[in-house]
Design a protein. Sequence first.
Lengths: 573, 252
Amino acid sequence: MRPRLSDMSVDTTKSAAVPSVGLLLRLKLRLLRNRLRQLVDQSPLQLLLIIVFVATIWGGLYFIFDHLLVYIRRFEEEAIIALPLIFHLFFFSMTILLAFSTAILIYGALFGRDEPGFLLTTPNPPRNVVAVLFLESLFFSSWSLVLLGLPLMAAIGQVQGLPWHFYVVFLVAFLGFVPIPGAIGLLTALAVALFLPRIAKRAAMYALLVVILGVIIWWGRLWNLFSESVSKQLVDNLLSELSYLKAALLPSSWVARAIELSIADRPMDAAFYLFVTVATAAFLSWWGHIIVAAKLLPAFARAQSAPHRPRRHTSGATSLVTRIAFFYLPRRMRFLILKDVRNFLRDPMQWSQLVILFGLLSMYLVYLPRSRTEGFPTEWQALICFLNFGAITLILSTFTSRFVFPMMSLEGQQIWLVALWPLGRSSVMWAKFCFAMTVTAGTALPVTWLSIRAVELPAGLATLQIICTLAACAGLCALAVGFGAVLPNYAEQSAGRISSGLGGTVNLIASVGLVAVSVALFGWVCWEMAQAGRLTLTSVNSKWALVALMALNLGSFAASMWIGVRKFQRQEF
Amino acid sequence: MAIELEAVTKCYGRLRAVDGISLHVGCGEVFAFLGPNGAGKTTTIKMITGLLTPDAGKITVCGHPMATEAQQAKSHLAYVPDQPFLYGKLTAREFMVFVGQMYSLGGRTLEARVNEYMERLSIKSFADQLAESFSHGMKQRVVLAAALLHEPEVLVVDEPMVGLDPRTARSVKDLFRAWADAGRTVFMSTHTLDVAEAIADRIGIINHGRIVACGTLGELKAKARQEHRLEDIFLDLTNPQEPPERHEAAVV
C-alpha cells in the first residue's frame, strides 16, 4: 500500500508547541490506573492477600507502638523527655533516609536510558520532565515510610487521647516535610550525574573516604560519651549528644515541634511550624527542579557517556573469592552466584549503597570495644545484648529488602538464558538464598561476636545469641528471596525501583515485622535474665520465648522458600 | 537543509567516538547512515536528536541550532531508537494518543491519524493490549507509528527493520520513500544494506568516528572504483585490516 503523503506541505518555520506538565501527570495516573486494573482483573487473590498482609502488619505495628508508649508513660519524667525526642529522632532519620532514597530513585529516573531518552527527544521542556519524575520518585521513596508512620500516629493519638487536630497536623507535617529531603536528593542526584568521577574505582575510593570520615567524626563523639561510666551521667550525655537534633534550623525539628505543640493542644502554634515546613518544602522543590532542569541535558549526556575503557582482567580474583566463599555449593550454582557478584561489583549505584550500610556497621564496630567497663552489671549486659541483637537484625532487614528482594526480578528478566541451563529453577532460587545467606551471616556473625566479647557474655548465652542471629539471617533472606519470586517486577531494570515498588514495600514491612517480633522475644529472654540477676536460662518462659523465636524464623525460612520455589517454577515468562 | 552537522566531535574518555564529521542532509531525502558496530552511528544520531551534546561542532535541525533552540528543533523531529521504548502499562493506542498530545494534536485530527497509522503499520489487532506483552517487532511498529503522528519534517530512525516481518518491513520502506517524496527527510541508520540500496537517495558510511564515504550509490561505486553491490563497497571501505583513512566526504 502506497501511503498518501505527497499532498502534505512542509513548514519548517512552524512554532514549537509546548506540552503541559499536566499531560505527563495524566500519563503517570493512567499508568497507575492500568496497573491496578490489571491486578484486579488478573490476580484478585494476590491483591487481597497483599491488603490482608499489609493490614496485619499495620495492626502489629500499631500494637507494638501502643504498648511501647503505654510503657514509656509509666515513667512520667522520662516520658516528658523521651516523647519529643522520639519525634525529633524520627524526622531527622527520615530526612537522611528520604534524601538518600530519593537521590537513588531520581538518578535512575532522570539519567537512565529509556524514559528520559524518550521524553527528551520530544518538545517537552526539561522542567516538565524533572517535575513529574521528581514527584514520582518522591512517591516511591516515601510511601513505605508514610505507611509505617500511620500506625505510629494512631498509637500516639490513642494513648495520649489527643484531639482531632493532632491527626491533621501529623498528616500535613508528614506530607509537607517529605519534599524537603526529596529536593536534597534531587540536587544530590544532579551533582552525582555532573561531577562524580565516572571511573568506578575512583568513585569507590571517594565513597569509602566519605564513610571513613563520617565514622571518625562519630567515633570521636561516641568515645567521649561511652568512656563515661554507666550511670545517670551517661543518660545526660546521651541526651546532650542528641540535642543537635533539636537545632532550630533543622526542618525535622520544625515538624517535630508542630506535633509536640499539637499534642499540647496548641493548634495555632503548631500551624506556624507547619507553615514554615510547607513553605520551605515548596521553595526547595521549586528551585531544585528549576536548577536540575537547567542542567538536565548536559547531566544526561554525561551520564550516558561512560568512558569506553577496556576492563582489566580481574575475573580471576572475583572467581577465586566466590569459589572459596561458596565452596559448599555445586559448581553450576557457583557460576550463577559469580555472575551476580560481577554484576553487583560493576554497578556503582548498587555497591555504593552497600558501602554505606557497611559504614553503619563499622560505626557500630568502632564503638563496641569502648563500652566495655570493669564489673559490668548483669542488667546492663542483658540490655546491651538485647540492643545489639535489635540493631544487627534491623540493619539486616534493610539489607535484604534493598539488595536481596530485587534479585529474583532481575534474574527473571534473563530467564530465557537461565531456564536453558541444566539447572532447575528451584536451584536458581536456592543459589540466590545461599548468596544472600552467606553475605548476611558473614557480616552479622563477626559483629555479633564482637558485641559478645564487649559485654563479656558467658559461653552459653553467647552461643544462643549466635544461633538466634543465624536464624534471623535465614528468616530474613528466605523472606526476601521468597517475596522476590511471589511479587516480582520483571519490567523494571533498576534494583532500587524494584525494592521501592509494591512487592519491595510488602517485603520491607514483613521483614520489619519479623524483626520486631524476634527482637521482642529476644528482649523477653534478656528481661527475664536481668530480673533474675543471672545470665542463664532459668525460667520456663524465656525457654519458650527462644523456642518461639527459632520457630518463627525457621518457619519463615521454610514457608518463604516453599511458596517462592512453587511460584517461580510455575511462572510463565 | 533539514540536518546540518559541522565538524561535530564526541569523545568518551580517550575514545573519539565521532571525530569531526560534517554532513548536510536536505529536505526530501532518505539518507542511509551505515557503519560497522561501534563506528559512531548511534552517537551521531543521539547528537542530532539532542540526547547527547557534542564536544565540538554544531548541529542544526530545520535551521534551529540544537545547542540553543533545542525545543524548536525537536518539534520538527521524531526519533525511533534501536531499542524502542514504550510504557509497559499503556496500550498501543494509549501510547500513540499520549505522543500525539505531546505534539499538541487532539480531537478528531489525532483520532484520525492514530487510526491511519495503526492501519498502515498493522497495529489494530493489538491496539488495546498492554505494551508489556509486545514482541520487539510489535513495539517497533508502535513506536514508529507514534513518531509519525505529528508528521515531523525530519524522521531519525536507528535500525528500523530489526524485528519486523517482511510485510511490515515492506510497508515501512514504502512509508519512508513516500515521506521523502512529500518533501520530508528520513535519516536512517541501518545494517540492512539492501534497504539502503533500495530506498536511500544518499548513503553515508562512518568508520572509527569518521565519514569515509558519502554520496549516491553511483558516486560510492565510482569512489570505490568497482561496479559491485553496496555490500562489497561497504566491506571494502570499512575493512578492519586497513588503518582508518580519512576520506573526503562527497557532501552534496
